[in-house]
Design a binder for this molecule. Structure first.
Ligand SMILES: CC(C)(COP(=O)(O)OP(=O)(O)OC[C@H]1O[C@@H](n2cnc3c(N)ncnc32)[C@H](O)[C@@H]1OP(=O)(O)O)[C@@H](O)C(=O)NCCC(=O)NCCS
Length: 242
């Protein structure tokens, strides 16, 4: 996984294909985070594959409606990257996180540690089991539960189109584990990890690895200058992230 602080979109190389997508993101902060996420994703995939960021093509596809201007991002298969890794993106405040792996469909989520519980959280987000977990309403607990769940939902590519109450994750004070994945999938096919990005940020990552999978997460932080320069200084720097 790679994270960076959000950079003003104007300072980043925005690919022609991304201009229209970003134009639809109305708020400046959101636009900066989204542009940063795409740039970071190119850098991280470029380093992971050893091809360099400039040869990485990122697209999106909505698993529900088929549109290509929203939905889960993916790395296009090209001669430079014939077997692309799975990827996921999350952002919160000034933090942007991307996950890159060959292990299987991946989802990452990040939230500020002090985020306020949204209206109706328990009713719309928690399963009966989770609702009965002692302390789940405490700030650190509910945020951890939520990022674990959202990571699983993002791995499927459906996001919140799936009812979060159908996904059950381990209690926030217990080791991360998917207890009930979406669509009656087998929990043994899923791996879940809590990831320490930096203080004040709660992050989890989920991968559908299949039956014999395991998950080892490596975290890299990328400074803004490397991001603005298109990642040339980090080319080939993370071969062990495979
Ligand atoms: C994906 C989703 C959970 C993200 O929630 P969020 O907390 O607002 O944002 P996050 O920071 O966690 O993640 C944002 C990133 O998720 C990614 N994303 C978008 N849709 C996604 C999906 N369906 N699955 C996985 N990832 C998705 C994008 O990369 C996005 O960043 P970008 O817009 O800068 O590229 C939420 O937006 C969602 O559920 N969307 C799907 C809703 C839907 O069904 N739409 C149907 C349209 S036809």
């Amino acid at each position: 996984m790679t994270w960076a602080r959000s950079v003003p979109a104007e300072l980043l190389e925005v690919r022609a294909a991304e201009v229209a997508r970003l134009a639809r993101v109305s708020r400046g902060g959101d636009r900066d985070r989204s542009a940063t996420a795409r740039a970071l994703l190119r850098v991280a995939v470029g380093a992971w594959t050893g091809t360099g960021a400039d040869r990485v093509v990122i697209r999106s596809a909505c698993a529900l409606c088929g549109a290509t201007d929203h939905g889960k991002p993916f790395v296009a298969s090209t001669p430079a990257i014939p077997t692309p890794p799975h990827v996921s993106v999350a952002h919160a405040h000034d933090v942007v996180v991307v996950a890159v792996t060959a292990a299987g469909p991946v989802g990452v989520d990040v939230e500020p540690a002090g985020a306020a519980r949204f209206e109706g959280f328990e009713a719309v987000a928690l399963s009966d089991v989770e609702r009965a977990t002692p302390g789940v309403r405490e700030p650190a607990a509910w945020i951890r539960t939520w990022v674990r769940k959202e990571a699983v939902l993002k791995a499927t590519g459906l996001g919140l189109a799936v009812d979060p109450r159908c996904v059950v994750v381990s209690a926030p004070h217990e080791p991360p584990r998917v207890i009930q994945p979406p669509a009656a999938d087998d929990a043994a096919h899923w791996q879940l990890a809590d990831v320490a990005i930096r203080p004040g940020v709660i992050c989890s990552v989920a991968v559908r690895t299949g039956p014999s999978g395991s998950l080892e997460v490596q975290v890299t932080d990328l400074d803004r200058l490397a991001l603005i320069s298109g990642g040339s200084s980090v080319r080939n720097s993370h071969p062990s992230n495979r």
